[in-house]
Write a protein that binds this ligand. Structure first.
Ligand SMILES: [Zn+2]
Length: 265
């Protein structure tokens, strides 16, 4: 089964337990070889981690980078200079998206909503200017995320680890957005999410681990990695009445198209 993991955080310190930072790229390369992973996109959450993704992308074939400021990682530095630095990183030929960006209203200690919105919108503008797609993190912020998407009509994007309603999914798809799903679809308490998966076309679905988080059943609680992504493909196959191989192949094609990977020389 050739499978594409569209959302990872291999620079996360949780992976220290599996491989030290100095050997992380080799660890990821072996994972890809042993598990038939045909592509991975690593997510930046700030400048340092965006640079880490670019570093992996230079050491590993078929590893691509997204660079961006996650709402939980907004720095106190001046936004204009941060956007200039980010724009510079995104010039790299293996930088395929602005991400992950968005809104997170779940944790009280996160930056104030108006600050998150400002950084999200600036990164949407940046993405439009350089014609890259965006990877959106939307936690407990469906209404505001949707409004911002509507205000930035010429931006393409994916809602990662989608957690909205079937109606929101339908509206995003009408705007040509993609939705990606993690191991959460395998959890027992996810019937609503499973209904969403059933209700949308497979052409709008991508697979992701969001590793090291969100390990699927039966690996729940373990450090997640791309080698576990097939459990999510198997669950989606069951929901869509398809074979896991079909789900893996179609969602990989979707990812290659969405991130415009064939154009990378
Ligand atoms: Zn993430």
């Amino acid at each position: 089964m050739k499978i594409f993991d569209t959302h990872t955080h291999y620079d996360d310190a949780k992976f220290d337990a599996l491989a030290p930072a100095s050997e992380r790229a080799g660890f990821v390369r072996t994972l890809m070889d042993e598990n038939d992973i045909c592509g991975i996109v690593g997510m930046g959450v700030d400048i340092k981690s965006s640079m880490a993704q670019l570093e992996y992308s230079k050491k590993i074939d078929c590893f691509y980078a997204a660079c961006g400021f996650h709402p939980e990682n907004i720095p106190s530095a001046d936004i204009d200079s941060c956007m200039a630095t980010l724009g510079g990183l995104l010039q790299d030929k293996k930088a395929v998206a602005v991400g992950e960006i968005g809104l997170d209203y779940y944790y009280e200690q996160n930056p104030p909503r108006e600050v998150q919105i400002k950084w999200f919108e600036r990164q949407m503008e940046l993405a439009r200017g350089i014609d890259l797609p965006v990877v959106i993190h939307d936690r407990e912020a469906h209404g505001d995320c949707f409004d911002i998407v509507c205000r930035h009509k010429n931006v393409r994007g994916v809602f990662h680890s989608f957690s909205g309603s079937a109606e929101m999914a339908r509206q995003l798809i009408s705007k040509n957005y993609m939705l990606s799903f993690t191991g959460v679809v395998t959890f027992k308490n996810a019937p609503r999410l499973c209904e969403v998966v059933k209700s949308i076309p497979i052409e709008n679905i991508m697979l992701e681990t969001d590793c090291p988080y969100m390990a699927p059943v039966p690996m729940r609680g373990k450090i997640n990695h791309s080698g576990y992504l097939h459990y999510t493909a198997e669950k989606i196959a069951e929901l869509k009445n398809m074979t896991p191989d079909e789900v893996a192949a179609i969602t990989a094609e979707n990812a290659i198209r969405f991130f415009n990977i064939n154009n990378i020389k």
